[in-house]
Design a protein around this ligand. Structure first.
Ligand code: NAI
Ligand code: MG
Length: 489
């Protein structure tokens, strides 16, 4: 680890540069509170520089002018370089945001690389259309890159969230200005180095670290940015749409919060599997996943048995140093997020929920940010822990009796990201899945995931979809070209 080098400078126009103002911020590790490095504290002037670099790269067509098959080769090389540097990237990620290094390597690095490879491989396989018009003309429908795409991403899966935006945007031929979260800026900066090494031309992919209001807002407000793609809180997501509207009506796409319901009927085909999935999916990544199934509805009759099995799994998620190879629960991203989570735990207790596991900060002596996996039983719909996104290892258990009632309760949320239903009754599975207002519904599992399927939510979980070929729609404009045909016949 002593060999690990951090470079906190921005990447603009293919160069490593400090902020114009010279300002930096300190990047602290939630593993043990140590200072990792100083990072460029970028603001409006830096965003301007990055947008100018991105615009000139787009205008001279150094990237969008390359054949799709050539962009494919470069993106595949980029993905391979991420894998080649996988151990280094995983270690940086763990130090910067606290997730277990085994998952940083196996999940974050691999999925980010896979995403970039997937869009690279796809880009020379998508066709335009010829419209079914009369013989007097030909109408071509083509999809063109938008120009300069701004991306603002969070800290929970820094590399994956970046990849979900930059891969389709770059594959389609756009230039990108990426602002990583101030809580986890380091891997995005390394990704930009590796993109250059792979052959993505200077200026096409820029990374500008900094705080939301100082660096994110100028990007979302910029008059020369054509599209802004955001993942983060619903609160800021709403501001992104406002900023897009009050500036140049740039296309705005948001992937926001969730409070996903997980409904387990008494006729669940495999209770052990349902318990395992419920527990793993809420505690994975220290509960900092937008799609975590944080509302667990268990049908009366099996609730006691379900909880007993769930409690038996909790010790397996005891927080430990995420740098150790077999740790499954690491540190929360920073002291502020830990305080938010602990406040929600206090509110659960104060509002009368029954704490049946965890509830405490632990490993204080390390100087890091660790919270026990926590389960509340007897939660009711009016409690904050049943309604609000906690973004920590806290599960709320609610009982239900009848199907119509649980669907109504599950849908009574401002969010609509994901949902799950567990039953062996095919009619009930389909009927409930159809009635749930969510971008993704899981039946008898919660783990399936693939680049081939769209990811995103209904309602205040955001606008637009990441992943799959549908994501190209976000980063391209649709053009019609009419050509007159004077028939010689
Ligand atoms: P956030 O929404 O403030 O941050 C996400 C990104 O937006 C970061 O890059 C941040 O710098 C940027 N940002 C913040 N304010 C901005 C502004 N005014 N203009 C432009 N960009 C801005 O999320 P935060 O504070 O890190 O986490 C707070 C809560 O948000 C979490 O507890 C969780 O509930 C939710 N969240 C949801 C995520 C998801 O995947 N849906 C990811 C991260 C957080
Ligand atoms: Mg950090």
């Amino acid at each position: 680890m002593s060999d690990l080098q951090f470079d906190g400078r921005a990447v603009i126009g293919g160069q490593r540069v400090g902020a114009v103002s010279g300002a930096t911020f300190v990047c602290l590790s939630p593993v043990d509170g140590r200072v990792l490095t100083e990072v460029a504290r970028c603001s409006g002037a830096d965003i301007d520089r990055a947008v100018v670099a991105a615009r000139s790269a787009f205008d001279d067509r150094r990237w969008c002018g390359q054949a799709p098959a050539q962009r494919k080769r470069v993106l595949i090389r980029f993905a391979e370089l991420l894998l080649k540097h996988g151990d280094e990237l995983a270690l940086i990620e763990t130090l910067d945001m606290g997730k277990p290094v085994q998952y940083a390597r196996k999940v974050d690095v691999n999925s980010a690389a896979n995403c970039i490879r997937w869009y690279g491989e796809a880009v020379d396989k998508v066709y335009g259309e010829v419209a079914p018009t009369a013989d007097t003309a030909l109408a071509l429908i083509t999809h063109e890159p938008m120009g300069v795409v701004g991306a603002i991403v969070p800290w929970n899966y820094p590399m994956i969230m970046a990849a979900w935006k930059i891969a389709p945007a770059l594959a389609a031929g756009n230039s990108v200005v990426l602002k990583p979260s101030e809580k986890s800026p380091l891997t995005a900066l390394r990704m930009a180095d590796l993109a250059l090494e792979a052959g993505i031309p200077a200026g096409v992919f820029n990374v500008v670290p900094g705080f939301g209001p100082e660096a994110g807002a100028p990007l979302a407000l910029h008059m020369d940015v054509d599209c802004i793609a955001f993942t983060g809180s619903t609160r800021v997501g709403k501001q992104i749409h406002v900023m897009a509207g009050q500036s140049n009506l740039k296309r705005a796409w948001t992937e926001l919060g969730g409070k996903s319901p997980n409904i387990v009927f008494a006729d669940c085909p495999d209770l052990d599997q349902a318990v395992k999935a419920a527990i793993h999916s809420i505690f994975f990544n220290q509960g900092q996943s937008c799609n975590a199934p944080s509302r667990l509805y268990v049908q009366a009759g099996i609730k006691e048995r379900f909880l007993e099995k769930a409690l038996a799994l909790v010790p397996g998620y005891a927080p430990a140093n995420p740098l150790l190879a077999d740790t499954v629960m690491g540190a929360l991203v920073d002291p502020a997020q830990m305080d938010t989570v602990l406040r929600y735990i206090e509110s659960g207790k104060a509002q009368g929920a029954r704490l049946v596991a965890g509830g405490e900060q632990v490993l204080r002596e390390t100087g890091g940010c660790y919270v026990q996996p926590t389960i509340f039983d007897d939660v009711n719909r009016d409690m904050a822990i049943a309604r609000e996104e906690i973004f920590g290892p806290v599960l709320s258990v609610l009982a239900f009796t009848d199907t119509a009632e649980v669907v109504r309760e599950a849908n009574a949320s401002v969010y609509g990201l994901q949902a799950a239903v567990w039953t062996r009754d095919l009619n009930k599975a389909h009927g409930v899945a159809r009635a749930l207002r969510a971008g993704t519904v899981h039946v008898n599992q919660y783990d399936e995931d693939d680049m081939t399927v769209p990811f995103g939510g209904f309602r205040q979980s955001g606008v637009g979809r990441d992943k799959s070929l549908h994501a190209f729609d976000k980063y391209t404009e649709t053009k019609t070209t009419w050509i007159r045909i004077d028939s010689p016949l």
